[in-house]
Write a protein of this length. Structure first.
Length: 119
C-alpha cells in the first residue's frame, strides 16, 4: 500500500479526468481545478469518467510521480460531497483504494487537541 509522510495532504479533483493525461496535463488540472501548487509535495487524486480508473500525482523531491490503478470490475467509491478545498483524510484514500464505499463510512468523534486546549 502507498505510504506518505504525515505532513502530506491529499486532495481529490472534483471533475473526472481523461486517463490519457500524464504528468503535465494533470499538473495543470491541479492548478486550475483544485487551485493548489502541483509542486507542493501533496497528493492529488483523479478519477476517470467511468470510475474504474484512478491516478495519484505527487511531487517526489526531484520530479513528478504518478500512481495508476485500473479495476477489472466495479468502480472506485467517490465522496458525493467534498469540502470546498477537496481535501480528504489519508484513511479515506486507503479505504477507497481497497474497495471500501467511503460514502458509507462515519468516523466516531475522538479526543483531540482542541478539547485539551478548551479545558
Amino acid at each position: 500500500m502507498l505510504s506518505f509522510p504525515s505532513a502530506v495532504r491529499i486532495y481529490m479533483c472534483s471533475e473526472p479526468a481523461d486517463m490519457r493525461r500524464s504528468f503535465d496535463r494533470l499538473a495543470v488540472m491541479v492548478r486550475d481545478i483544485i487551485g493548489a501548487d502541483p509542486l507542493s509535495g501533496h497528493v492529488f487524486v483523479f478519477r476517470s469518467r467511468r470510475g474504474d480508473r484512478i491516478k495519484l500525482l505527487y511531487w517526489d523531491r526531484d520530479g513528478f510521480a504518478l500512481w495508476y490503478k485500473r479495476l477489472e470490475k466495479g468502480m472506485f467509491s467517490w465522496p458525493s460531497t467534498m469540502s470546498s478545498d477537496n481535501e480528504i483524510d489519508r484513511r479515506y484514500l486507503s479505504m477507497m483504494l481497497e474497495g471500501v464505499d467511503i460514502s458509507q463510512i462515519r468516523l466516531k468523534r475522538r479526543f483531540g487537541l482542541n478539547k485539551l486546549q478548551s479545558s
